[in-house]
Design a protein around this ligand. Sequence first.
Ligand code: GSH
Length: 209
Amino acid sequence: MKIYDWRLAPNPKRLRMFLVEKNIDIPIEEVAGDDLRLRPDYIARYPQAMVPMLELDDGTQIGESMAICRFLEELQPEPRLMGVDAKDRAIVEMWERRAFDEGMMAAGEVFRNTADAFVDRGVPGAAVAVVQIPELAERGRQRLDLFFDKFDRQLAKHRYVAGDRFSIADCTTFCSIEFASWSDIPIPERCTNLRRWHAEVSARPSATA
Ligand SMILES: N[C@@H](CCC(=O)N[C@@H](CS)C(=O)NCC(=O)O)C(=O)O
């Protein structure tokens, strides 16, 4: 097995956090160049043109961070990061999906529609140029504000995003917040519960994965 990675990017980081938390060791190959683009030879082999991607020894290519995590969780269940029983699995998936849709996608909306290096790459993985739309960056900022408040309310009641156990939902939330910081959008001061959680997760070895 091998993981194809882009060290700087937020989606591969949530997979690397998962690997560290589970103590799984898989060879990792960096496939982005100094120009902040995926290498042409990687795109030729994997036209989905995104990372992370897990390639099995039989050549099967598994994309999508959560599909990769699900596969690895089945191979090595402990420690369980995707829920311990039917109800817990549903709750972890619910909060992980919210972290992705409302945090990661919102941060991406801001970043990809403002960063100079992504001027013709408004969405990842597109085979054609996609122009930046400044209004989408503004909407992304509004969405991030909603995301911060929603997760602050959740963390007022729970130690971790999906309850009292650290899970993949924490990895996605952490990487979404890190991604927002690239656009100089910090966790608002008012979100004291989210800030408490963020300080705690930042101290885990996986935070620098
Ligand atoms: N839904 C995918 C998203 C993957 C994705 O957006 N990856 C970005 C890096 S964070 C990418 O490959 N970008 C390629 C590019 O910008 O050219 C997942 O969960 O893995």
